[in-house]
Design a protein around this ligand. Sequence first.
Ligand code: NAD
Length: 424
Amino acid sequence: MAAEKIVMNGEGKLTVPDHVTIPFIEGDGIGPDVWRASKMVLDAAVEKCYNNKRRIEWLEMLAGEKAFNQTGEWLPAATLDIAREYLVSIKGPLTTPVGGGIRSLNVALRQELDLYACVRPVRWFHGVPSPVVHPENVDMVIFRENTEDIYAGIEFASGTPEAERLLKFLQGEPGMMKKIRFPDSSGFGIKPVSKDGSERLIRAAILYALEHHLPTVTLVHKGNIMKYTEGAFKIWGYALAEREFGDKVYTWQQWENAKKTHDEDTANKELKQAKAHGKLIINDVIADNFLQQILLAPKDYSVVATLNLNGDYISDATAAAVGGIGIAPGANINYLTGHAVFEATHGTAPRFADTDTMNPSSLLLSGVMMLEYIGWHEAAVAITEALGVTIMRKRVTIDFYNLMHDATLLKTSEFAHEIIKNIK
Ligand code: NAD
């Protein structure tokens, strides 16, 4: 039977054929090494779990240096067409072209497909070297808004006519000029944060938490300083949770209200009851405090919804606690259209290109997220368990080997074979 495309059905759910075509970008630098290894494991797991009843047909899309060398373009239109048409794809790391029109190929892909949720699960695998004492307490999924905030790229360099025009506008606004310490030499950046953009991200985080029976969604923001962007994110988030999810959730806002209308004891009783009834608790934490909480009390957090820039810092900080970028997976998803690009979170590490030495776990675990996303849970679980066993047996690539006692050093390809051997 010929391979078929994944499509979105009328109910907004993916229809995934058993013999499915999935496009991939192998990536630059270490991309081909880690992609080859990941593909090998993904194929082996699907074969072992479904006995040829299910199969992935991989379709290559060109992007990055390979695309540039073959077509003269970093991100050919054909690649975007394929990613759009096939809905779900996976990619290795891409070089960021220096100069020229494209800021970043990853950003271009996210914008083209409006992939508004950057989803990063962060968990520890037993034995992975970590700088924290109890990395096993870190088990979170971070939902980072991917299309707004300071990343919108609206910036005006100091001394340009654009900066002048903005200053002129601000001169007309009462009290504004006093807020700019050195108007003549200031550059400016604009931070758009919308209700629509915040709501779709927070909705995705809540749905994920409910589907996976997780206890909390934490809105992380810097609303004490940026009231109408980050503060609004929190307010919109609580309102959405109460409006759309009703008695499936209990929010800190409701707790605050109970405290005001009754007293603290009554509010605490309400919260306790909500937890006892398995309601999803929606709370919020200020971003700087959150960065210390993930070190001090990571167990208190399970799903995190946050804005673009906070999400950038938080993803790397939490990834570091569980072993760093060599093992942290990621996905960029539009839950409304179904479009999703699963990707390694590290870069191309060009110094190590074609050495067959780097850790393929980041891309492989992104593949695992992809299998979960398309509903092939058995294969996803099989790979996760086999990877866990391989690391626990200390048969690892150089990044982990250098930090472990009595480990066996494996090449990227050998590590993949080892995982395959451990698939049950
Ligand atoms: P990098 O992630 O490529 O490498 C930094 C260091 O991390 C490497 O020198 C290596 O020691 C380690 N490392 C990275 N991946 C590893 C792996 N799989 N296993 C073991 N160790 C690993 O970051 P960089 O050097 O800042 O960026 C290089 C290029 O990659 C740049 O062009 C950058 O723009 C691009 N980049 C792409 C993406 C992406 O495509 N998603 C992300 C980040 C950077």
